[in-house]
Write a protein that binds this ligand. Structure first.
Ligand code: KIV
Length: 263
């Protein structure tokens, strides 16, 4: 998979499957799956490090995760998230941050928002680095947005989102994530753009979907956003395995003879 394949998926009407991944062991499993694109998202700050928002993610954190995922994959397309404010510095510093993410093993970067980022995105793209846009609910702006809420509701907000999506395409983005956007608006934007849209909480009519791995596996906390589908009750399965292990240790059945070294 590369940027051309991703764009070709839209032309063929073939859905793009993106999944977040942050570590080597999970990456080995994703490598052998039908997932097309791996997003090393700044959601790592929340699901891997336990922060309440993505704001504490920084370039060092992102690069460690991207390197781990890169070591665990061979031919998967890896998108690395540009963390909070890392692309709102001088052009030199922005490009240094992009270089770090790419050298860590990403094949593209993702940037939240378009306002004030058009020139940066165009410069990154002209420098040979593919950029994925991210519109709608942009979690790095949670304080500005007043919480995690659906974006683009109402005529003015919908018009702005349409214009922002076109601006992403014009700036040179090869794809754009639409997060927490009404189904109808996401479908409209998808039809308007020549680049693929990848939805999360944006209904079924985007060109692709993305989910956070821990949500899909049922490993996240009890709060489940409406748009998440749990494909596994991971928390219960893990708990059962931990308890079975604890039980075997306590009753002396682990380790058995064939799990022990002879003389
Ligand atoms: O960081 C992330 O996981 C993301 C997805 C939710 C799109 O940006």
């Amino acid at each position: 998979m590369n940027v051309l394949d991703i764009r070709a998926c839209k032309a063929r009407g073939e859905k793009i499957v993106m999944l977040t991944c942050y570590d080597y062991t999970s990456a080995r499993i994703v490598q052998d799956s039908d997932v097309d694109v791996i997003l090393v998202g700044d959601s790592a700050a929340m699901v891997m490090h336990g922060y309440g928002t993505t704001i504490p993610a920084d370039i060092e954190m992102m690069c460690r995760h991207i390197e781990s995922v890169s070591r665990g994959t061979e031919n998967k397309f890896i998108v690395g998230d540009m963390p909070f404010l890392s692309f709102r510095q001088s052009l030199t510093d922005n490009m240094r941050a992009v270089a770090s993410v790419m050298k860590a093993g990403a094949h593209a970067v993702k940037l939240e928002g378009i306002e004030g980022n058009t020139e940066t995105i165009a410069h990154i793209v002209k420098s040979g680095v593919p950029v994925m846009g991210h519109l709608g609910l942009t979690p790095q702006s949670v304080n500005q947005l007043g919480g995690y809420r659906v974006q683009g509701r109402g005529d003015d907000a919908a018009k702005k989102l349409r214009e922002d999506a076109i601006a992403c395409e014009q700036a040179g983005c090869f794809a754009v994530v639409l997060e927490c956007v009404p189904d109808e608006l996401a479908a409209e934007i998808t039809a308007l753009l020549t680049i693929p849209t990848i939805g999360i909480g944006a209904g079924p009519r985007t060109d692709g979907q993305v989910l956070v791995m821990q949500d899909l596996l049922g490993l996240s906390s009890d709060f489940k956003p409406k748009f998440v589908r749990k494909y596994l009750d991971g928390r219960q399965l893990w708990q059962d395995a931990f308890n079975a292990y604890a039980n075997d240790v306590k009753n002396g059945s682990f380790p058995a003879d064939d799990e022990s070294y002879g003389q």
